[in-house]
Design a protein around this ligand. Structure first.
Ligand SMILES: NC(=O)c1ccc[n+]([C@@H]2O[C@H](COP(=O)([O-])OP(=O)(O)OC[C@H]3O[C@@H](n4cnc5c(N)ncnc54)[C@H](O)[C@@H]3O)[C@@H](O)[C@H]2O)c1
Ligand SMILES: [Zn+2]
Ligand SMILES: [Zn+2]
Length: 382
């Protein structure tokens, strides 16, 4: 049965305002318009960015409108397609993408960047190409977070913000490739371009940092040092490839000095996966003179970072990465293949499973540092 002309009523977790717990509401999801796809979301998770948006709006993150349905790390099944959609059909397994890949713009055609700007201004402000959202609640428009909004049983995304993946992929695992794992893994492989036999430090061992550890290991790093103020993260970091883990709070000296001593001059690559300007500086200063590379994956939109210019003059490189430098539509299905071929770990990142109506608990666990990723099931278990 095709439902592509009907409004779907379903459950979603709505953020009515900054700092307030999400409310489970019945929402209406409009049919997809031209170049849009409506998907049934099967699995999603809370990423640090969702939590920052809810709690740090106007502090670390720029303002985006409320009410909003958050969620941008997810996997689902195509329910219906709008006019002029060529690449997707109902039943396809897909991963929605907060970073598009239109394949037509100057940036998509360049191998230097993954920063496609298709629908950018609109999706950053919570709407799709026509300036409106497809989700409403009690007659009120509900904005779509980063153009995705996966804390809803159904959502509508642009066809350039969607990756089609193989049909045998387990959606309750590969949803991780919609944000955290792809970002961290790509930060090591694409942005830092970690070399064989190098020494690496990863700051912050949440999903993004743990995936960066995994990326450093896949690239053949000789020594990977995990850094976190929460020692509960260390076991998992070691499981994914970190040889040692350091807690800055166990040391009187700044962590960069500790790392420089441990590595006799600094690491070759440092990857920041916290989102703190102070940690970013520490990451840069923990790299080696002459060729050290510091990649920032942690997110902050409004804060500034202090850089001692001499650190750059001595030959270090400082760079940031968005979605791990991946060309989203092209590369996410490849990472799904890598998982299916047992070349990439995902199961290790999943620490909890919760139904949609306990989503606030998933936010709290992430904040308290108790979870890496809690899978949110959008549908009652059979
Ligand atoms: N660049 C991108 O495209 C992109 C994509 C996704 C997420 N992010 C960002 O990446 C960051 C990590 O996301 P996550 O979901 O893994 O978050 P998370 O909250 O699961 O993990 C963050 C980790 O940092 C640790 N930490 C906090 N302060 C620290 C300090 N001073 N020193 C060392 N470690 C410290 C925490 O204990 C925690 O383990 C966030 O800033 C998020 O917004 C960026
Ligand atoms: Zn994210
Ligand atoms: Zn593009």
């Amino acid at each position: 049965m095709t439902t592509n002309s009907q409004v779907i009523k379903c459950k979603a977790a709505v953020a009515w305002g900054p700092g307030r717990p999400l409310c489970i509401e019945e929402v209406e999801v409009a049919p997809p318009k031209a170049h849009e796809v409506r998907i049934k979301v099967i699995a999603t998770s809370v990423c640090h960015t969702d939590s920052e948006y809810l709690h740090q709006i106007n502090k670390a993150l720029k303002f985006r409108p409320f009410p909003s349905v958050l969620g941008h790390e997810a996997a689902g099944i195509v329910e219906s397609v709008g006019p002029e959609v060529g690449k997707f059909s109902p039943g396809d397994k897909v991963i929605p993408l907060f970073l598009p890949q239109c394949d037509e713009c100057e940036r998509c055609k360049s191998s230097k960047t993954n920063h496609c700007k298709k629908n950018w201004a609109n999706t950053q402000m919570g709407v799709l190409a026509d300036g409106t959202s497809r989700i409403s609640c009690m007659g009120q428009q509900v904005y779509q977070f980063l153009g995705v909004s996966s804390f809803s049983q159904y959502t509508v995304v642009p066809d350039t913000s969607l990756a089609k993946i193989r049909n045998d992929a387990p959606l309750d695992k590969v949803f991780l490739l919609g944000c955290g794992v792809s970002t961290g893994y790509g930060a090591a492989m694409n942005a830092a371009k970690v070399e064989k036999d190098s020494a690496c430090a990863v700051f912050g061992l949440g999903a993004v940092g743990l995936a960066a550890v995994m990326g450093c290991q896949a690239a053949g790093a000789r020594r990977i040092i995990g850094v976190d103020i929460n020692p509960d993260k260390f076991d998992k970091a070691k499981m994914l490839g970190a040889a040692e883990c350091v807690n800055p709070r166990d040391h009187v000296k700044p962590i960069q000095e500790v790392l420089v001593e441990m590595t006799h001059g600094g690491v070759d690559y440092a990857i920041e996966c916290v989102g703190s300007p102070a940690v970013m500086r520490a990451a840069l200063e923990s790299t080696r003179d002459a060729w050290g590379v510091c990649v920032i994956a942690g997110w902050t939109e409004t804060e500034e970072m202090n850089v001692l210019v001499e650190k750059l003059l001595m030959g270090r490189t400082l760079k940031g990465t968005y979605f791990g430098g991946l060309k989203s539509v092209r590369d996410v299905p490849k990472l799904v293949d890598a998982y299916m071929n047992k070349e990439l770990k995902l199961d290790e990142f999943i620490t909890h499973r919760l139904p949609l109506d306990q989503i606030n608990e998933a936010f709290d666990m992430l904040k308290r540092g108790e979870s890496i990723r809690a899978v949110i099931s959008l549908w009652p278990e059979d």
